[in-house]
Ligand binder design. Structure first.
Ligand code: 3PY
Ligand code: MG
Length: 249
């Protein structure tokens, strides 16, 4: 099947991703049924691994939301398992150089573009029986820019062929710039984000971001992001609980 996110990006419609950081398939199903265009299963900061991600991806694919993963690191083994499990896009943390990005792209593509090994156990079920012929095209690759080094090398990273785009990690980028991780309104961060959006646009690549607050998510829409994740499952549960409790006290 096609990757619906590519269609939304082509229409210049900002796509929204849910963000699941608890390793539970019912939770993933609830988030996927909430109306998001995609749901990202976070294996970097989610306290679970591939075995838990599989039923989460199954749950997400009962809906139209595109199943994405954030891998825990830039490694062929885990990325291949997640793609075999039916992930239709990978967000890879801590990409610092064009070499890092090239390694990531190779892990997500079959030969000759890459070194992905063949065995799409669940890929067939989600992607269809012609999975092999379209997987390289359908699967979305987004390299996270979230360090000073990654920011400095952003143009070279974006120029890596077949890398679809970047995904900005504002908390880590803030820390690298000497700011508090949640300083989402800091001018220095927002200048950096704006320049990354401009660079991605200029090079015809996609750009997404994680937004820690609703204020930030609104601003990211104004910045022209292709993809925004407006908070994690945990952040949303806490915020809504606080809102209800405050209203009833
Ligand atoms: C960051 O803000 O650093 C992220 O990785 C978002 O999840
Ligand atoms: Mg990060």
């Amino acid at each position: 099947r096609e990757n619906r996110l590519r269609t939304l990006f082509a229409q210049k419609t900002m796509a929204l991703s849910g963000w699941v950081s608890m390793g539970n398939s019912l939770l993933a199903e609830v988030v996927a049924n909430s109306g998001y265009d995609a749901v990202t299963v976070d294996l970097q900061h989610g306290l679970f691994s591939v075995e838990s991600a599989v039923p989460m991806l199954q749950a997400i694919s009962t809906t139209g939301a595109v199943p994405l993963v954030r891998c825990s690191e830039n490694g062929l083994g885990e990325i291949n398992k997640l793609l075999d499990a039916g992930a239709y896009g990978v967000i890879c943390p801590l990409i610092n150089t064009a070499e890092d990005a090239e390694r990531f792209v190779r892990a997500c593509h079959y030969s000759p573009r890459g070194g992905r090994s063949y065995g799409p156990a669940r890929g067939f079920m989600y992607g269809g029986s012609d999975y092999f012929t379209h997987a390289n095209r359908a699967i979305l690759t987004l390299a996270m820019i979230e360090t000073n080094q990654g920011f400095a090398n952003a143009e070279a990273i974006l120029r890596v062929s077949d890398l679809d785009g970047i995904f900005i990690g504002p908390a880590d980028l803030n820390i690298e710039m000497g700011l508090a991780p949640d300083a989402y309104d800091a001018p220095q961060l927002n200048d950096a984000i704006r320049s990354l959006v401009a660079l991605a646009r200029q090079l015809g690549k996609y750009v997404g971001i994680f937004a820690g607050t609703m204020d930030m998510a609104q601003r990211m829409k104004e910045f022209g992001m292709d993809l925004v994740a407006p908070g994690t499952d945990i952040q949303q549960i806490k915020a809504e609980a606080a809102r209800r409790i405050a209203a009833l006290r």
